[in-house]
Design a protein around this ligand. Structure first.
Ligand code: GUN
Length: 299
């Protein structure tokens, strides 16, 4: 039976460190890290995510603001708000919740965020820094950065000699995850929906990261015995056994059966999920440190 990687506990450690460092920054420099979260429209899942980000920021002692704009907001108007936040000295991190309504080009909007405040790590400057290994000044997307901390807990910081397979090639998870694993000396393969014999490829992985958004796609015979399995998927599926109309959350990995083969595995919920928000807090704190000319804290 695999070791269960307790993402909730690791996330609590990260948040505890953020709180301590934020309190120190305030006491010594009078600086309070500020996070602005922008949401456009009424997508219920996004509203829940955004509310929990704001709540966690307050818990960390941050200045936390939320801008809620109507679904019909124009791209120029949204860009104007971001310009205001870029210029606001009380704000160290700006997060525009995705997805945006269809009439707004999210790619263009992301590029209007100042790279110094891009705590999502989606701006080309931060993508480029990660791709070239400039990790000291980069903001790395929160989900892969959090997944990396979980991998480090099991395997240490240097992953030399290990094969990693990342299933999924999104800009938010798959590609930055692959870059982080490469920076840690893994031999990395990115697999996706067009990959031939995905199961056989997955079986070569000492570290297997699933980020495809397909419930329980990765079965136990895809998992090399002893592998570290990181499940980024959060899928809501019907759960008739719990009652009519009930649902449950499952990952991209068939957890119970995969746990028989894996050496260590993240559960869903309670694995990668809590790490994402913890790393958003860490990135916002890092932004405040860097602006103050202080050395970057590590997590
Ligand atoms: N929507 C889903 N995940 C994310 C994320 O990591 N950042 C932002 N801004 N929006 C998201």
């Amino acid at each position: 039976m695999a070791e269960i990687i307790d993402g909730k506990a690791v996330a609590e450690d990260v948040v505890a460190k953020v709180k301590t460092l934020a309190a120190g920054l305030k006491a010594e420099k009078g600086i309070v890290p500020g996070l602005a979260v922008v949401i456009v429209g009424e997508d219920p899942a996004s509203q829940v995510y955004v509310a929990s980000k704001g709540k966690k920021a307050k818990e960390c002692g941050f200045h936390s603001v939320q801008h809620t704009l109507p679904a019909e907001t124009g791209e120029a108007e949204l860009a104007e708000l971001i310009e205001t936040l870029n210029a606001d000295p009380a704000i160290h991190g700006i997060l525009v919740q995705l997805p945006l309504p269809k009439h707004i080009d999210s790619g263009s909007i992301i590029q209007t965020i100042s790279p110094d405040k891009d705590v999502d790590g989606f701006h080309f400057v931060n993508v480029g820094k990660l791709g070239t290994g400039e990790l000291e000044t980069a903001f790395v997307p929160c989900t892969p950065a959090g997944s990396m901390l979980l991998i480090e807990r099991v395997r240490g910081k240097d992953l030399s000699g290990l094969n990693a397979v990342v299933v999924g090639r999104s800009n938010i998870v798959g590609k930055p995850m692959a870059n982080l694993l490469l920076a840690a000396n893994c031999t990395v393969t990115i697999a996706h929906s067009r990959t031939k014999d995905l199961a056989a490829l997955a079986r070569t992985a000492d570290i297997l990261v699933a980020a495809v958004g397909r419930p329980e796609m990765i079965r136990s015979d895809w998992v090399k015995p002893g592998a570290t399995v990181i499940d980024v998927g959060i899928n809501r599926v019907p759960a008739p056994d719990k009652g009519e109309g009930k649902t449950r959350l499952v990952g991209d990995v068939a957890y119970t059966e995969a746990a028989d083969n894996a050496g260590a595995i993240t559960p869903v919920p309670g694995g990668v999920g809590p790490m994402t928000i913890a790393l958003l807090m860490a990135n916002t704190l890092v932004s405040a440190y860097l602006r103050a000319g202080l050395a970057r804290p590590s997590f």
